[in-house]
Design a protein around this ligand. Structure first.
Ligand SMILES: O=C(O)c1ccc[n+]([C@@H]2O[C@H](COP(=O)([O-])O)[C@@H](O)[C@H]2O)c1
Ligand SMILES: Cc1cc2nc[nH]c2cc1C
Length: 349
């Protein structure tokens, strides 16, 4: 499938939800069958076993692969950052993109360590989205074009994609999305992001409350996305949708990437079944959001960096799961006695 960045109207994006492939139950069955024959006590590889099955189910392969894994990092600028809702100034987004290019960020080290591809997608960094307290982040054409751009991350034969993002102010935007989707109070969804102090946290909750108040009773998830932003979240919505269409499993990183998954989930809950949640971020509300999505994260390492760092670590575990499943000998091949076999009589010379 080729996706044009020239811009799909929202209706075309909605239509994709009717065409999404489902789980490949035959592949899942083959994987469970082989798993039972591998040289280990049944169930002893724990979650590695369920990860191998999940990969095969969504890749549609009895022998899942992780040969071309990619961490896709989306970077965007946010008008709301000018309100002092972050501990860092907005120009850090640009500077960190340069740092990604020169190999100096945390995600670079993880991708090198685990031999993962890394691609950074810049989303009009010089043109921040409007301040969502005052105005919509995007118009429909721009939002749809950004979703289409994110779909491009699924190309070139990659077989696993991890989502990452960079954007000063985007934990406020993600909190606004969760507040709009799930209600409650703004304070339920905001956290300290890059480390705002108490005054910054109060400003952030007020800004999120005002932005969500501005969009009123908007309930359509794509409209919530369009009105609250940001571009990196829209692009990641595109990657999640394209991953599903193209049978490329997706690893969601932390709080901000989960906002993209939450939009897709709100459109159709099972449309994120091909997504793995890498970790529970230390950003305060992430655990509550994961509960809303009914998903248990793989890891809980106290990470709150973004950039796809948690997704990269989770990708290494998925790769371990696929490698054990693919490479291990069966009891029959290796001549290892199975559980409950009669002991062999001692050999006499
Ligand atoms: O996704 C997360 O779990 C996460 C939690 C805290 C911070 N971040 C990163 O920090 C930036 C946003 O923080 P802030 O305080 O500027 O809103 C952005 O670049 C994110 O990648 C990301
Ligand atoms: C330095 C820095 C690195 C980041 N990486 C992702 N978000 C970030 C935010 C800051 C501030």
């Amino acid at each position: 499938m080729a996706f044009s960045a020239s811009g799909l109207p929202f209706d075309d994006i909605r239509n994709l939800f009717d065409e999404m492939p489902g789980p490949d139950e035959h592949a899942a069955e083959d994987i469970r069958e082989r798993e039972a024959q591998l040289t280990k006590p049944a169930g002893s590889l724990g979650q590695l076993e369920s990860l191998a099955e999940w990969m095969g189910t969504w890749q549609g392969r009895s022998r899942p692969t992780v040969t071309r894994p990619l961490i896709a990092v989306f970077a965007a600028s946010h008008g709301i950052a000018a309100r002092g809702v972050s501990a860092f100034p907005p120009e850090v987004t640009h500077q960190m993109v340069q740092n990604f290019a020169s190999g100096g960020a945390a995600v670079n080290q993880l991708c090198t360590t685990y031999e993962l591809g890394l691609k950074v997608f810049e989303l009009a960094l010089d043109y921040p989205t409007g301040d969502i307290v005052e105005t919509d982040a995007m118009d429909e054409k721009g939002c749809a074009a950004t979703i289409a751009y994110g779909m491009e991350a699924i190309s070139g034969g990659i077989d696993l994609v991890g989502l990452g993002e960079m954007g000063i102010g985007n934990t406020a935007v993600a909190a606004a999305i969760f507040h709009a989707l799930y209600g409650g109070e703004a304070a339920d969804w905001v956290g300290r992001g890059t480390g705002v102090d108490d005054a910054g946290l109060t400003r952030k909750a007020e800004a999120v409350a005002a932005a969500v108040g501005r969009i009123g009773s908007t309930r359509d998830p794509l409209e919530i996305l369009r009105r609250l932003g940001g571009r990196e979240i829209a692009a990641m919505v595109g990657t999640i949708i394209a991953g599903r269409m193209e049978r490329v499993p997706v690893i969601v990183d932390g709080f901000v990437t989960t906002a993209a998954a939450a939009i897709v989930h709100a459109m159709r809950p099972d449309a994120i079944d091909h997504c793995l949640f890498a970790h529970c971020s230390a950003e305060a509300a992430h655990g509550a959001v994961l509960q809303r999505l009914g998903r248990k994260p793989l890891l809980d390492l106290g990470l709150r960096l973004g950039e796809g760092t948690g997704a990269a670590i989770a990708a290494s575990i998925v790769r371990a799961a696929v490698a054990t499943h693919a490479g291990m000998a069966t009891f029959g091949d290796a001549g290892v006695a199975e559980k409950g076999s009669e002991p062999r009589p001692p050999t006499t010379h």
